[in-house]
Unconditional design. Sequence first.
Length: 240
Amino acid sequence: MSQYQGIFQRYEKKYLLSRTQYQNLRRKLESHMREDQYGKSTICNIYYDTPDHRLIRESMEKPIYKEKLRLRSYGVPKKEDLVFVELKKKYKGVVYKRRVNMPLAEAEKWLERRECRQASQIGKEIDRAFDFYQGLAPAMVLSYDRIALLDKDDPDLRITFDSQILWRKSDLSLQAGVWGQPLLEDGQRLMEIKIAGSMPMWLVQMLDEEAIYQISFSKYGSAYQASCRPYIVRKSSKYA
């Protein structure tokens, strides 16, 4: 049985920062925010999709409703380590994330061999996704280094900064390590502001001062587009 369940509902706003914008903003945020319980971490994901990449192709068309299924770990896990199985949905700009956690070995039996099915409501929703999207299977590994900040006064406001975003379409296992093709240019960081309601004015002012503007950006979508273009195979790794 899973030992954890989580349901999250929020808005997620994304921004692509240069090295200078990141450094300036981090200094300004020190008076308002602190590192959350995860602080600095390396996040590894396996995105599931159909053989014809239906989920990501439909997502890139920006429909009112879309969803993604992924397996996530913090760091490179062993078979006995806990991982998260996440069903991420977006409807009219609101993100709903539903997830359960379990040992990696159990998650693989469930997702890849359709064994050890979960009895929880979230588990049943994930099973329904497998029934609806025929042929769901590991499609891509995405990993990145993340710094996560939490507002000192408002726990519903979080900001994350992702760097060293790497993707690959081979060795589709979380245990295969952190390596792949880089998604961002050197020094760039992807910032996500996660909020339950409106953004505080002090944060709006900081973004305006640094000329930081919201963009539409999907890690999986951008990596999928990159995978469709010819590229030179270059195995990048944070451990190289």
